[in-house]
Design a protein around this ligand. Structure first.
Ligand SMILES: C=C1C[C@]23C[C@@]1(O)CC[C@H]2[C@@]12CC[C@H](O)[C@@](C)(C(=O)O1)[C@H]2[C@@H]3C(=O)O
Ligand SMILES: O=C(O)CCC(=O)C(=O)O
Ligand SMILES: [Fe+2]
Length: 342
């Protein structure tokens, strides 16, 4: 009986309660010191092996990171009625529990923003009602610094892959039409989980990120997990001063599958809230997403049909979180075989 009342709050969210095998903290996430001369090679190896790496000595001022986190917490700690009035996500704005347009849910609240600064300043302004300038300045400072670090990382990726044109990837994010976005996630603690012995509550269900690259910073609460090549889920040890960078679906295509977009998810914590902020670097809508010619060996075929980011995004927006979004764009084995005979 006691157990029933303690878990009553979770009754509506039974879909979110999963029996997950216990996972230990994973010590294998590659750590890349961006100031080190071999950073580019370590990044390429990490993208091939895990689709994710952690960066230190990244040059983003710690003050930008802590200020934005404090502002985000201030917002998420407002009464629910005030947050609901802030700006319903469509797709940009504040939302609780529902993720995306197709029925996915999670133990989460979030703010989704476009990184186009004009849109931040105008369209999303109602979100910053309490203290518009302070919140908006914190978002702008943070995004500007994180973008610059991301450009540098993408230039190292190109260099590490032996591509002469070092800006081949970064120019897509630098483009004023770049379709990138930014997400502030808040996972409330869930003490009721104690009563569900051994089971976990899904904060953000398993998925890959559709863009080129994602850059994540969190507070010191664990919860982020990645799926290794053999399908085992492992927990990423949090590090609030570092960034976790992961390969998105577009970068998988642009490297013709040499890099894999990493499957990841977030589990809620019983005691502490998790705050995360993620910059999703995407190309302009009209950009054709295809393997970079300089990476293709002689006679090598693209594993994917041709598509633009706009076409992929439309298809992604019809998918559920856990779907393989690249599936509809993969060439079938029969097509690959018949092409290879010519
Ligand atoms: C279920 C969905 C939410 C999502 C759009 C989608 O239809 C499939 C991809 C999801 C995702 C995952 C990474 C990012 O958090 C996100 C903003 C993105 O670009 O793709 C979300 C989308 C979302 O929350 O709208
Ligand atoms: O909140 C996190 O740590 C990860 C969230 C995530 O994967 C996403 O927003 O796409
Ligand atoms: Fe993600």
């Amino acid at each position: 009986m006691v157990v029933l009342s303690r878990t009553a709050k979770l009754d509506h969210f039974s879909d979110l309660i999963k029996t997950c095998k216990p996972t230990s903290l994973f010590a294998g996430i590659p750590v890349v010191d961006l100031s080190s001369p071999d950073a580019k090679h370590r990044i390429v190896r990490a993208c091939e092996e895990h689709g994710m790496f952690k960066v230190i000595n990244h040059g983003v001022p710690l003050d930008f990171m802590t200020t934005l986190e404090a502002q985000a917490l201030k917002f998420f700690n407002l009464p629910q009625s005030q947050k609901d009035k802030a700006a319903p996500a469509d797709p940009f704005g504040y939302r609780s529990k529902r993720i995306g347009p197709n029925g996915d849910v999670g133990w989460i609240e979030y703010i989704l923003l476009s990184t186009n600064l004009d849109i931040i300043s105008h369209k999303s302004l109602p979100i910053f009602k309490e203290n518009p300038e302070i919140f908006r300045d914190a978002v702008e400072d943070y995004i500007t610094a994180v973008k610059n670090m991301t450009f540098e990382v993408l230039e190292m990726v190109a260099d590490g892959l032996g591509i002469d044109q070092k800006n081949v990837l970064s120019k897509l994010l630098k483009d004023e039409k770049s379709d990138s976005c930014f997400r502030l996630n808040y996972y409330p603690p869930c003490p009721e989980l104690h009563a569900l012995s051994g089971r976990s509550l899904i904060g953000f269900g398993e998925h890959t990120d559709p863009q080129i690259i994602s850059v994540l910073k969190s507070n010191n609460t664990s919860g982020l997990q990645i799926s290794l090549k053999d399908g085992t889920w492992v927990t990423v040890a949090p590090d609030q001063t570092a960034f976790f960078i992961n390969v998105g679906d577009c970068l998988q295509v642009m490297t013709n599958g040499r890099f894999k977009s990493v499957k990841h998810r977030v589990l809620a914590d019983t005691q502490s809230s998790r705050v995360s902020m993620i910059y999703f670097g995407g190309p302009p809508l009209s950009e054709k997403i295809a393997p970079l010619p300089s990476l293709m060996a002689e006679g090598e075929e693209s594993l994917y049909k041709e598509f633009t980011w706009s076409e992929f995004k439309k298809s992604a927006n019809r998918s559920r979180l856990a779907d393989n979004r690249l599936g509809p764009f993969e060439k079938s084995a029969a097509v690959m075989l018949s092409n290879s005979q010519f």
